[in-house]
Design a protein around this ligand. Sequence first.
Ligand code: FES
Ligand SMILES: [Fe+2]
Length: 353
Amino acid sequence: MYVRNCWYVAGWDRDFPAGVPTPVTLLDEPLVFYRQSDGTITALEDRCCHRLAPLSHGQIEGNDLRCMYHGLRFAPSGTCNEIPGHTAIPKAMKVRSYPVVERYSVIWIWMGDAAKVEESLIPDFVGVDDPRWHMLPGRMDYEVNYELIQDNLLDLSHIAYVHRNSFGGGRADTNKAWAEAQLCITPLERGVRVERWMKNAPTPPHQVALAGPVCDVLTSFDYLVPGIFLLTSANYLPGAAERSGAERPTETPVFSSFTAQAVTPLTRRSTCYFFCFGPSARTPGAADLKQAFLELGERVFNEDRRMLQAQQRIIDADPSRRMVLFDVDKAPMLYRRLVERLLKEEAAGAAAA
Ligand code: FES
Ligand SMILES: [Fe+2]
């Protein structure tokens, strides 16, 4: 049920401080992260091979992690390099080690076959260290299967309803623009792109000072395997959509903002949602707006969480009930088909090995 030969976001870099083993469950697997003496991030199975005690209760020693039950010590590769009082170390004394990379202010982990690891598959994420935007890191756990968050992000028509008073600022005309915008949906090799113009859209109250009262707004997002969401929203002077025709506008937006998000399954029924959200660095006073954008994001994503957790409870009460879909579901369905294809390819690869 999970695509494994890909890079998941395990957390923001700052979630993994030096000197402390950090336990994290991802894709139903218990993991422990720790930093080697030079700061290099390492991930091991959080289960000592001896009597299955958690290594996250262990102690970091230079580049190694010692299990604090009976003292076995493990190298970053997962091999045991010390059994107190013994010189011979059985070959089976090892734990699984996972490829990890620290990039774009997040920690990426490869949950699949280590022989197939490909660093080039790390998505072009935009983290809180990107100078083009002013953003702070956020995270939120949902008690839902990751697919519900994925579907929610791939169909933003819900903004008009779930976020009518937050993003929509309680304005019926702003919400109507979100609900009725025409979409341009493009399949990507490892994702789906969705673009929408909202023409002559009244600006929600919290953005009027930044963007003016009415704009043509172009929102464009990519949703990439295994759950990376990158959205730019650009407000232009009214008429920009007509002036640019079918092309991307060349004029400078009055205001633009960006959000990067990552959906990482923890277990079958819990998912971590990482996000950052903020204004363009060109916005006057952008650095001072970071906190307000983070708080708006938290408010908005809490609205999603309430809806999706309630939806999950209904689904679980009778899993036999089918959904009746319509054209707003096109992008979520395209993405689900891509995931199905990748799952089949992984299963075929594993069977052939
Ligand atoms: S359980 Fe880890 S050393 Fe015994
Ligand atoms: Fe939402």
